[in-house]
Design a protein around this ligand. Structure first.
Ligand SMILES: [Zn+2]
Length: 366
């Protein structure tokens, strides 16, 4: 397996779903907190990272969210935003990522007086600086930003306008994040209508805490990808069984696809799947029993991502190695999800084809 890990680390990978405020380095969190006199529960990077991961593993949503109060507290200045953005690019490039879409909710960084546009500009400056540095170090990486609005708040229209104002400066897409239960995507219909009218693509976190009905809402507002989306599997039944247990164990039974699952599979709507994050939030029982394997077998379009790297203590390579060890995934599966992720990335076709031909395909030969 160490040989596979080495090959996967080297292979050119694509990350579509990575949260800036969930992936900062523990050492950076400590230094930024120190600069503003913000108290943290631990005082070394190792202990702090372990604490965040314990919170994430605890099974309680309140505990899971607690570390975000600290990352949000430090991400209130252009300096901090730029630093964290720059480092995230370097960290992903070091893991062999060649196309990265970094997402963040600018509205969470306005408590110190910054406007949403100022937050965007700081993050974009950091992303571009990180990409330039990675290229200089021989690890070129294509970086785009996805602007998130929070489901439970009412600033999505403002965030959408800001995203559009920076669409030629590195913002490539839009998303809504935050609590799925009780806050349907349709609450943000005005923002999505604006984005559609401006022909600007977006993804929506859906099918993580809520099942197919939330996926249906995300599709109804026009999402072209789904953040997680794995609970769409609940809309597939096998052999007359209503529990969604489709998969290799039922190879002889013919699956029945409900309307939502049909739409997602037949139209090949890409799922941004973050396996370990899903096991932490209780969306999936384990890596071995993760919906992603059944979804792959059923012909859904799967991409793999790292979600909140500090919370999960993960990298995209780690996610792939776990799927190999615990769910039987192999090199060809990872090659396929990489090709599908490149296809789903919010980038222009000329750049996509150049990356495919010169970077991705040559890096995934056997
Ligand atoms: Zn996410």
């Amino acid at each position: 397996m160490s040989d596979l890990r080495e090959r996967l680390t080297r292979a050119p990978k694509v990350v579509l779903h990575d949260h800036l405020d969930g992936g900062l380095r523990a050492s950076t969190l400590l230094e930024l907190a120190d600069e503003i006199g913000h108290d943290l529960p631990e005082s070394t990077p190792e202990a702090l990272a372990a604490w965040v991961q314990r919170q994430a593993d605890s099974g309680s949503l309140a505990a899971f969210l607690e570390p975000f109060s600290h990352t949000t507290a430090v991400l209130q200045t252009p300096h901090a935003l730029e630093r964290v953005a720059r480092e995230s690019v370097l960290d992903l490039a070091a893991d062999g990522v060649v196309v990265m879409e970094s997402r963040f909710a600018p509205e969470l960084s306005t408590a110190g007086g910054l406007s949403i546009e100022e937050v965007l500009d700081a993050v974009l400056a950091g992303l571009h600086a990180g990409a330039a540095e990675a290229a200089d170090a021989g690890r070129p990486i294509r970086v785009g930003a996805i602007v998130c609005a929070m489901r439970q708040a009412d600033r999505s229209l403002e965030a959408a306008r800001a995203a559009l104002s920076r669409r030629d400066a590195g913002v490539v897409g839009f998303d809504i994040a935050g609590p799925e239960i009780g806050f349907p995507a349709t609450d943000h219909a005005e923002a999505f209508a604006l984005l559609r009218s401006e022909l600007f693509p977006f993804t929506v976190h859906a099918g993580e805490a809520v099942g197919p009905e939330s996926v249906a809402q995300a599709l109804a507002v026009g999402a072209s990808r789904l953040g997680h989306g794995v609970r769409v599997l609940e809309d597939v039944t096998v052999g007359g069984d209503d529990s969604a247990t489709a998969g290799s164990g039922h190879a002889s039974a013919r699956p029945h696809f409900g309307r939502v699952a049909s739409y997602v599979r037949d139209r090949q709507v890409p799922l941004e799947v973050c396996p370990r994050s899903n096991t932490q939030t209780g969306t999936s029982p384990s890596i071995a029993g993760h919906q992603v394997t059944a979804l792959r077998d059923l012909g859904f379009t799967i991409t793999l991502s790292s979600d909140d790297r500090l919370w999960t203590g993960t990298t995209l390579t780690d996610e792939m190695v776990l799927l190999a060890e615990e769910a039987g995934w192999g090199w060809d599966d990872f090659r396929q999800v990489t090709l599908d992720a490149l296809d789903a990335a919010f980038i222009g076709q000329d750049e996509r084809m150049a990356l495919l031909e010169h970077v991705v395909l040559p890096g995934w030969t056997d």
